[in-house]
Design a protein around this ligand. Structure first.
Ligand code: SF4
Length: 227
């Protein structure tokens, strides 16, 4: 059993980590933390996504397969209420086969923590599963070739809400050419599931002044999820 003093120290450290997460996303006030948003993954969902994952790991449907080290399929809870969708893997993600693990991934993790959630309780995926050369945006034919994998992920997980991170994700999900400024603050839908659009964490790293706006988007998302 943990001694009370040690337990208190642990609690203080956890609170400190959480507050660091808040300030890193420009948070000025505490959010209304929703109830737990994930439960253990249903075996049926795992079985449903396994063949799709296997197909993606061997996929050569577009030219992005040529330069990849790993296919970055996605990760998280298959029972997640929120799925975050980014653009595509960067250098770190390509090297390790996991989404959002570089500097932008660190910020996304802090944003998720500031929402009162954990990375493990949400699902994180990208529009394209292989790294575009020099981190260029994926081209329309590449997005189209990879779209069935993202669609299968979203259909299997059936989240309550989707958060599109940046213009590429929003455009791919919503088939829209609107700018981020035009899409922020509105609720769209992907096959009936609400979609909220916010900035990509990589953009926020380059433009920290936009962090408070991103936090407003995430608060809106939490509000939509609240019972
Ligand atoms: S980006 Fe998608 S469609 Fe293209 S090779 Fe990779 S997994 Fe296949």
């Amino acid at each position: 059993m943990t001694p009370p003093r040690q337990e208190l120290k642990l609690l203080v450290r956890k609170t400190k980590d959480l507050l660091c997460g808040f300030s890193s996303v420009g948070l000025q006030e505490f959010p209304r933390v929703p109830a737990a948003h994930a439960s253990p993954a249903a075996p049926g969902k795992e079985k449903g996504l396994d063949p799709i994952r296997r197909e993606a790991l061997a996929c050569r449907k577009c030219r992005l397969c040529e330069g990849r080290t790993h296919v970055v399929f996605g990760e998280g809870s298959l029972n997640a209420s929120i799925v975050f969708v980014g653009e595509g893997p960067g250098r770190d993600e390509d090297a390790q086969g996991r989404p959002f693990i570089g500097a932008a991934g660190g910020l996304l993790t802090k944003m998720i923590t500031a929402m009162g959630l954990t990375r493990e309780s949400v699902y994180i995926a990208n529009v394209v599963k292989c790294r575009p050369p020099m981190n260029r945006p994926p081209q329309p034919d590449e997005v189209a070739a990879c779209a069935p994998y993202l669609a299968a992920q979203l259909t299997t997980i059936a989240p309550k809400i989707i958060c599109a991170l940046g213009k590429t994700a929003a455009a791919a999900l919503l088939q829209s050419n609107l700018s981020i400024a035009q899409m922020r603050g509105k609720v769209f839908a992907w096959q009936g599931t609400p979609v909220v659009v916010t900035f990509h964490p990589a953009y926020l790293l380059r433009n920290p002044n936009a962090k408070p706006d991103a936090w407003k988007d995430l608060q809106r998302l939490l509000h939509l999820l609240a019972p």
